[in-house]
Design a binder for this molecule. Structure first.
Ligand SMILES: Nc1ncnc2c1ncn2[C@@H]1O[C@H](COP(=O)(O)OP(=O)(O)OP(=O)(O)O)[C@@H](O)[C@H]1O
Length: 254
């Protein structure tokens, strides 16, 4: 199977400011990659090049074995950008935000099918925000908004989930339960994770003490799930059935 991400000798500059220099790394299906680096190290810049928002200055970037120029299966990738404070007047409801994760540019005007609604309900349920579905997202707490954005990224059943500091602005207790939720998802879903975090202790506790790769100020910590029983079914509710003690609630995440 082709690596999920393959980066070869990638460099990126904003005008003449070099931010990423000659970076090479790869991640495989079901890997959990933690990306750690000081402020300004280029973490967000790297994630943006990986999802096609920025074009590398030089080097090669392959997604699921395809050069990014030819890659068009964006539904295989979920992306949660760095958190921005949402204007409380932002009018979309949580359900609308989550559903928008199903529409690529080309599908923008297609009708919402019963299947779309079911997927949306599953994602809301998985993130335990079903009761917030009809609330305006701008009126939710930061942690609730993050859950909604995560549901949006998950609704298309991605094989790769890219998270840019998903717990910024969230209290320590909630960060811990969020992280344990990710660990459960890593164990039971067929998803690879690439996550930027400043929480070095939490990342190291799961991913080990030594980085698998280093480039400039960027450090990549990796935990593979090779050989773990892979579920054939990928829908979120199925994954929840695998939760230890199916009736046990998902760790609270406010
Ligand atoms: N649009 C831009 N134009 C010019 N320079 C930029 C732009 N965005 C970021 N930079 C610069 O590029 C460098 C890398 O920024 P980036 O946001 O990728 O860092 P980061 O590792 O994600 O940092 P942080 O931990 O603070 O989020 C920084 O020096 C930043 O000032």
């Amino acid at each position: 199977m082709a690596p999920v991400i393959e980066v070869r000798n990638l460099s990126f500059s904003y005008d003449d400011k070099k931010v990423i220099e000659d970076l090479s790394f790869q991640m495989n299906a079901r890997d959990f990659v933690g990306l750690i680096g000081s402020n300004g190290a280029g973490k967000t810049t790297l994630l943006k090049t990986l999802v096609g928002l920025l074009k590398p200055t030089s080097g090669e970037l392959l997604l699921f074995g395809k050069p990014i120029r030819q890659f068009d299966e964006w539904s295989r990738i979920g992306y949660v950008p760095q958190k921005n404070a949402l204007n409380p007047l932002f009018p979309a409801t949580v359900r609308e935000v989550v559903l928008s994760g199903l529409y690529g540019k080309r599908k923008l005007y297609r009708r919402i099918t019963a299947e779309d609604r079911q997927r949306c309900d599953d994602a809301l349920y998985a993130m335990q925000i079903a009761d917030l579905a009809d609330r305006r997202i701008g009126q939710l707490s930061g942690g609730q908004q993050q859950r909604a954005f995560l549901a949006r990224a998950l609704v298309g059943n991605p094989e790769l989930l890219i998270l840019d500091e998903p717990t910024v602005g969230i209290d320590a207790e909630t960060q811990r339960s969020f992280f344990s939720m990710l660990r459960h998802m890593h164990a039971h879903h067929n998803i690879a994770f690439l996550m930027v975090s400043h929480d070095v202790d939490m990342m190291r506790a799961y991913l080990g003490d030594s980085p698998a790769a280093t480039s400039g100020k960027l450090k990549f910590y990796v935990k593979s799930m090779d050989g773990a029983a892979s579920c054939r079914e990928t829908d979120l509710t199925h994954a929840l059935k695998d939760w230890p003690g199916a009736s046990e609630p998902i760790p609270a995440y406010q």
